[in-house]
Design a protein around this ligand. Structure first.
Ligand SMILES: [Zn+2]
Ligand SMILES: [Zn+2]
Length: 125
């Protein structure tokens, strides 16, 4: 294979952004790849960055964890707080506070829905 820009010169690799074959002279080297121009280098780095963020969001590879997604954690915390308040009212007043109880039930329901959605999509944030 020959360089896209320099006919007759052997290519040493493929630009990570535009996929053209490039020779030693054309090559801009950076961690995780090579590019044919500054624009392609920028673009390639953005693609790599996007991949990394994607991996982090979906918990792939080194980002794989078993901990709950933070979105789920927030709802879990809100449910716990609401439920605690509802229980506190029940204990201190000797009767069930309907609004607080309904709120905590709704929050628990949302937590379950969010948890199941996070599990299904594999989203990790
Ligand atoms: Zn290129
Ligand atoms: Zn070249």
């Amino acid at each position: 294979m020959q360089c896209f820009e320099h006919k007759g010169t052997d290519a040493v690799g493929i630009c990570k952004s535009c996929n053209k074959a490039i020779c030693m002279e054309c090559t801009i080297s950076f961690p995780k790849g090579i590019a044919c121009s500054a624009e392609c280098e920028q673009d390639a780095k953005e693609i790599i960055e996007m991949n990394e963020r994607g991996k982090r969001i979906y918990g792939i590879g080194q980002y794989k964890t078993n901990k709950l997604a933070s979105g789920v954690m927030v709802w879990l915390l809100l449910s716990a707080v609401m439920t605690s308040i509802a229980i506190y009212f029940y204990v201190s007043k000797g009767r069930i506070e309907p609004v607080m109880s309904a709120m905590s039930a709704v929050f628990i329901a949302i937590t379950v829905i969010v948890y199941r959605a996070a599990k299904r999509t594999g989203i990790n944030c």
